[in-house]
Design a protein around this ligand. Structure first.
Ligand code: TGC
Ligand code: FAD
Length: 397
């Protein structure tokens, strides 16, 4: 039997095998296509270089702001007021480019802006949200500490009231996305009244945000420490409506939801790279795509990407119908990120030695997903949330 070396005919769209496109409205498709074009023009050609150099260009945030992607699912204050599903589709396209770009948008819109939008005073909203929606002001979200990650309730950063109603903050935050480039940090701290949130503008005396280096993952993303050394803030810096751990955890629900979609996008990018490569790469006189073992890998990748996309869309529809619970988000984040990691690892093998190169997107995605599976609640934390919901027994402690 002879084998042709020309690419075989594809009978179904590998990008959308199950035709999920048909489940979207015209407006949703238009938003998705706009973000896809932006990523193709402004991210994909350059992101390997950014990753190698360990940076994300400052001009990206205003460009994302002009597209209406920052705080996209929030209403008012310059935000686009889009549906949760539309926001999810945007996250999917951004993360198909790079998890670092989706992280920038998640932290800005779902963590920092959402915290102000949901828990802030009218003055705080007016001061910060329009500039943040435009990408002219960057925000970060300081919850994790060197000794408190999965268990933020044990945080040591402390805020005490000073004379005249102002606040004095001491402590340190760790692994904070956008920290060194942020105009405003949302900082969570223990107080005598429970965990409260504070807005700390850049340049406040006693506050610094040194960048964390030597990362092997999310290199096209700024990650920082936040150091608070007798930082004195006026009473108006307090987020008045957040009075317990529920405050920051409500923000995490928003960002985790975006990751459910984003992970499906990263997986899709790996599948596409593997499919292209398998059809071009000749070994033993035929494309490796013509071997059963590679087809099996590609089939499992496609299955996982389509499964993850379906879950994301289902959760999006539930969120738009106000039926989405944190436990649903945990299931989506756990399943979709684990699935994307499996896809990335498999795709990397399909690419052989080229799989380890930044000339191809696969290992960059694979390395990024090692952060994505850890941040916004580790896989273990989400398994325990789901386990708690299934059994009624909370197993964290
Ligand atoms: P627990 O006693 O269960 O709850 C304390 C209070 O919070 C409420 N609550 C929630 N509220 C909203 N959404 C949720 N998902 C909530 N989960 C709990 C709860 O009802 C209670 O409210 P109240 O009013 O009675 O005070 O809390 P716990 O201390 O046992 O912890 C539960 C646990 C482990 C699930 C939680 O702490 C957790 O999720 N840990 C993981 C921490 C985490 O995900 N950190 C992420 C930091 S940010 C980040 O990683 C950004 S990455 C950059 C990017 O996104 O790109
Ligand atoms: P730990 O909590 O110390 O966990 C270590 C291991 O123990 C994990 O495997 C965990 O699953 C397991 N474990 C913990 N508790 C239990 C338990 N009860 N039962 C079983 N196993 C358990 N944080 C922010 O606040 N803001 C940010 O912007 C931000 N950005 C980040 C960006 C990057 C690139 C990274 C890598 C992290 C970022 N984080 C951020 C921090 C992130 O949220 C934490 O790393 C994460 O919550 C886990 O905390 P930890 O690293 O302290 O791990």
């Amino acid at each position: 039997m002879t084998h042709t070396t020309s690419a075989p005919q594809r009978t179904l769209n590998p990008r959308d095998f199950l035709d999920l496109d048909a489940l979207l409205s015209d407006e949703e498709r238009e938003i998705r296509d706009t973000v896809r074009r932006f990523v193709a023009e402004r991210v994909t050609p350059f992101v390997g270089e950014w990753f190698e150099e360990g940076r994300l260009p400052a001009e990206l945030a205003p460009a994302l702001g002009r597209l209406g992607l920052l705080g996209m699912h929030l209403d008012g204050y310059g935000c686009a007021g889009a549906s949760a599903t539309a926001y999810g589709l945007a996250c999917m396209e951004l993360e198909a480019g790079d998890s670092g770009v989706r992280s920038l948008v998640s932290v800005q819109g779902s963590l920092a802006m959402y915290a102000i939008w949901r828990w802030g005073s009218e003055e705080q909203k007016q001061e910060w949200l329009p500039d943040m929606a435009a990408g002219e002001a960057i925000g970060c979200f300081g919850l994790t500490e060197p000794d408190a990650g999965s268990d933020p309730g044990s945080m040591r950063t402390r805020a005490r009231r000073g004379a005249g109603g102002d606040w004095i903050l001491n402590g340190a935050k760790m692994w904070i996305t956008n920290g060194s480039v942020a105009s405003v940090a949302v900082v969570w701290a223990q107080t005598d009244e429970g965990i409260r949130g504070f807005l700390v503008p850049r340049g406040t005396r006693g506050f610094s945000a040194p960048e964390i280096h030597k990362k092997l993952s999310l290199r096209a993303s700024v990650t920082s420490e936040l150091v608070l050394d007798d930082v004195r803030l006026p009473a108006e810096a307090l987020l008045p409506e957040a009075t317990s751990l529920r405050g920051p955890l409500s923000c995490l629900n928003e960002a985790r939801y975006g990751i459910v979609w984003g992970a499906a996008g990263a997986g899709r990018a790996c599948l596409e790279a593997a499919l292209d490569y398998a059809q071009e790469r000749i070994a033993f006189g035929k494309p490796i795509a013509a071997t059963q073992i590679q087809q099996q890998k590609l089939a499992f990748m496609a299955l996982e990407v389509n499964r993850a996309s379906l879950v994301a869309l289902h959760l999006g529809r539930m969120k738009d119908a106000h039926r989405l619970r944190p436990e649903h988000v945990s299931m989506g984040k756990l399943g979709n990120v684990n699935g994307a990691l499996e896809v990335a690892r498999s795709a990397r093998q399909v690419l052989g030695a080229n799989g380890i190169s930044l000339e191809y997107p696969v290992m960059r995605h694979m390395a990024n997903l090692e952060s994505v599976v850890t941040y916004e609640g580790t896989a273990d934390v989400h398994a325990l949330v789901i386990g708690g919901a299934l059994t009624g027994i909370q197993a964290f402690r």
